[in-house]
Design a protein around this ligand. Structure first.
Ligand SMILES: *Cc1c(COP(=O)(O)O)cnc(C)c1O
Length: 400
């Protein structure tokens, strides 16, 4: 069954979180998107295309893998790894880009715009646009363009047009502002392909539905392999899409504990982190009400993480809701701990993880030790570490 729980409500609220905090000029575009998605969601042929390309193009289903040597190393609960790193383009972001690309085509919008921080979502969007024959414009902060030269080159190879953003801190949040500005101006022929479960309604629910394929597979796979549901599911949280994707099909299974892992960066007390749920307050960012890292005047704070994909001052409204009602728990892991877990997974399992899910691996390893070996933990490995070789070698003091 497709993810079809009663939340969000018809105005896009998960409890007090979510909604639409956008300029009036964007409301018709969001209404149009909401209607188109509601129709697509009811149309079996839409999901048939999604499933077929997920299989043939993206490489689904991804394995649920029993990490035997990591489990033995930790000496406790059994650790399973959901291998989203094996997908085409190396991460879960392709699930969302594919779903929204198909929706844009169905809406007959030929021009796609996207924002990107580290470039991972930009690459996924450019990939799907090439595959579906759509035009792709990617907004990216000048600072990020400097830092992520390889992804910039990839996007160009894939045929996307890159638009550098020089406002503000010249990073992701400024790129999002610029993409929204473009959308307001060109709304008739343009589709805004947002990269996570953030933004105004219906993006958080739509992106969640596309990413829920992760949790649906994991549920079937653990039942087939162990005959029961897991005790814990652990995933890293940037905007929150890979974590919602694996959490959501288990939300009504009250015995399954859901744990989101944010980036504590250099430590929460230093202020140099991206732990929005652990250290933020309720506010509005990029069109939705949620937890936000902001100062007393409501200005968005600078963030830091060794993992570029976690380096965002907001989080999806559904996570804020789960935190408030206690359905999920949110913890934070710092740069050093993530780097140690990165090396641990390389050496125990022969898997080089992205730095983002290395945060989740770190917490899972720590948690597994005191538990007995009947307990089952599933960790979502959201992406592969190839993209992080520069930063890891630098931190380890190795010159390539
Ligand atoms: C972008 C990214 C993330 C963070 O985004 P979410 O929306 O929180 O999933 C995590 N892992 C990888 C590999 C990423 O590329």
């Amino acid at each position: 069954m497709r993810a079809d729980k009663q939340l969000p409500n018809s105005h896009g609220y998960f409890g007090q979180f979510g909604g639409r905090f956008v300029p009036e000029t964007l409301m018709p575009a969001l209404d149009e998107l909401e209607t188109a998605y509601a129709e697509a969601k009811r149309d079996p042929s839409f999901w048939a295309a999604f499933d077929s390309l997920s299989h043939d193009y993206s490489g689904r289903p991804t394995p649920l893998y029993y990490a035997e040597r990591l489990t033995r190393h930790c000496g406790g609960a059994q650790i399973f790894i959901k291998r989203e790193d094996l997908l085409h383009t190396g991460a879960h972001k392709i699930n969302n880009a594919l779903g929204q690309g198909l929706l844009a085509r169905r809406m007959k919008k030929q021009r796609i715009i996207a924002e990107t921080g580290a470039g991972q979502h930009g690459v996924a969007a450019a990939t799907i646009c090439a595959k579906l024959g759509l035009d792709c414009v990617v907004y990216m902060g000048e600072e990020d363009i400097q830092r992520q030269a390889l992804n910039v080159f990839r996007m160009k190879l894939l045929g996307a047009e890159l638009r550098p953003v020089s406002s503000g801190t010249k990073t992701l949040k400024d790129a999002i502002n610029e993409a929204i500005r473009d959308w307001v101006t060109n709304v008739r022929d343009t589709y805004y392909l947002l990269g996570s479960v953030v933004g105004p309604h219906p993006y958080p629910v739509m992106v969640r539905d596309f990413q829920s394929v992760i949790g649906k597979e994991a549920r079937e796979q653990i039942l087939a392999q162990r005959g029961r549901l897991p005790d814990y599911i652990i995933a890293c949280v940037g905007g929150g899409s890979n974590s919602i994707g694996i959490f959501h099909p288990f939300v009504n299974d009250k015995k399954v504990k859901l744990i989101g892992v944010e980036a504590a960066g250099k430590g929460i007390r230093t202020g140099r982190h991206s732990a929005t749920l652990a250290a933020g307050t309720v506010g509005v960012l990029h069109g939705a009400k949620s937890y936000v890292l902001q100062d007393d005047a409501g200005q968005i704070l600078g963030t830091h993480s060794i993992a570029a994909g976690l380096d965002y001052p907001g989080v999806g409204p559904e996570h804020s809701y789960y935190k408030t009602i206690g359905r999920a728990t949110y913890v934070a892991v710092n740069d050093k701990e993530a780097l140690k877990a990165f090396q641990l997974l390389c050496q125990t399992e022969g898997i080089i993880p992205a730095l983002e899910p290395a945060h989740a691996i770190s917490y899972a390893a720590r948690m597994a030790s005191p538990l007995d070996d009947k307990r089952i933990i599933i960790v979502n490995l959201s992406g592969h570490g190839d993209k992080d070789m520069d930063i890891v070698s630098e931190v380890l003091g190795v010159s390539l």
